[in-house]
Design a binder for this molecule. Structure first.
Ligand code: C2E
Ligand code: MG
Ligand code: MG
Ligand code: MG
Length: 283
């Protein structure tokens, strides 16, 4: 702290660093307690059939209801959960909770809906298939209605190991989606080798259609390529009817976004969709 009283700004610098370290520790301790204290919650964003217009399922998205602070979005705590190793327990809880909810809705509504669940790269390891198998067994959920979303970066680091893991997961009867497609490092050659079911077209491309020639071309080629590879496609971040129509005409399978509904709590899914029999109707 020798320079703390200097005129060169070091004082502000160190105090700022101290504050940042302190804030991080506070956040880390709070996050450590979040799960046992029941502060984590899953929201569900509906996914829609772009051709027929019906509700086909949900993507589960985690929220942290932080006492005295409010709701924290995953981008603000998942990276910290990954750095601290907390992601293993949090990710396990997400899998269990989403499958439990899926099972409840299956029984109560028999609506044939699906559940997509996000995975951290750090969860994508040799232990995952066994963990998923156990959760499928315990919850009694129909595996064919569960889709795991993984991001492209980690798949490409070791494509052969990834392919093996994907095979083991799909043997359980679940499907696998590649999230945020087009923003990472995917090589098209590897894509052919990976046993996937779905490509999720990232919102950055949805944002540009219709209107941006490049984005239109990219979206159309992703959808064409996916259909040639036997993969379905999900457009993320649909905010307008024009975007919905463009994606539908380009042949994209499913869509989700604020145009339909934002992620909502389970209770709201029931009152606004399931209780109304919305899954059987067309929008
Ligand atoms: P993602 O999986 O790509 O999820 C899409 C994000 O876009 C979500 O943000 C969703 O709320 C938001 N979104 C959906 N439709 C629209 C739209 O029309 N407009 C706009 N502007 N945004 C839209 P969210 O919930 O904040 O999640 C951010 C990211 O955090 C997710 O991106 C995912 O990578 C990660 N994440 C969320 N839940 C989990 C989880 O349970 N486990 C892990 N490991 N990661 C999660
Ligand atoms: Mg996702
Ligand atoms: Mg995504
Ligand atoms: Mg995204």
């Amino acid at each position: 702290h020798a320079k703390a009283n200097g005129r060169d700004g070091y004082q502000f610098y160190t105090e700022d660093m101290n504050r940042q370290v302190h804030e991080r520790l506070t956040l880390e301790n709070a996050l450590r307690e979040a799960l046992p204290r029941g502060e984590l919650e899953l929201y569900y964003q509906p996914q829609w059939d772009l051709e027929q217009g019906g509700l086909v399922g949900f993507e589960a998205l985690i929220r942290w209801n932080r006492p005295g602070i409010g709701q924290v979005r995953p981008d603000h705590f998942i990276p910290l959960a990954e750095e601290t190793g907390l992601i293993q327990r949090i990710g396990g809880w997400v899998l269990e909770e989403a499958c439990r909810q899926q099972r409840v809705w299956e029984e109560r509504y028999s609506a044939g809906l699906c559940m997509a669940i996000n995975l951290s790269a750090l969860q994508f390891n040799e232990g995952l298939p066994e963990q998923v198998r156990r959760i499928l067994d315990q919850t009694g959920v129909d595996p064919s209605r569960i889709e795991l979303e993984i991001t492209e970066s980690l798949l490409m680091q070791d494509p052969d190991a990834s392919a093996g893991l994907l095979c083991a997961l799909r043997k359980l009867g679940i499907s696998v989606a590649l999230d945020d497609f087009g923003t990472g490092y995917s090589s098209l050659a590897y894509l052919k080798k990976l046993p996937l079911d779905t490509l999720k077209i990232d919102k950055v491309f949805t944002d540009g259609v219709p209107g941006n020639d490049h984005d239109e071309a990219i979206v159309k080629s992703i959808i064409d390529m996916a259909s040639h590879l036997g993969l379905s496609t999900v457009a993320e971040g649909i905010e307008s009817d024009e975007q919905r129509r463009f994606m539908a005409e380009a042949g994209c399978t499913l869509g989700q976004g604020y145009f339909y509904l934002p992620p909502i709590p389970a209770s709201q899914v029931e009152t606004e969709l399931l209780d109304l029999g919305h899954y059987a109707t067309k929008v």
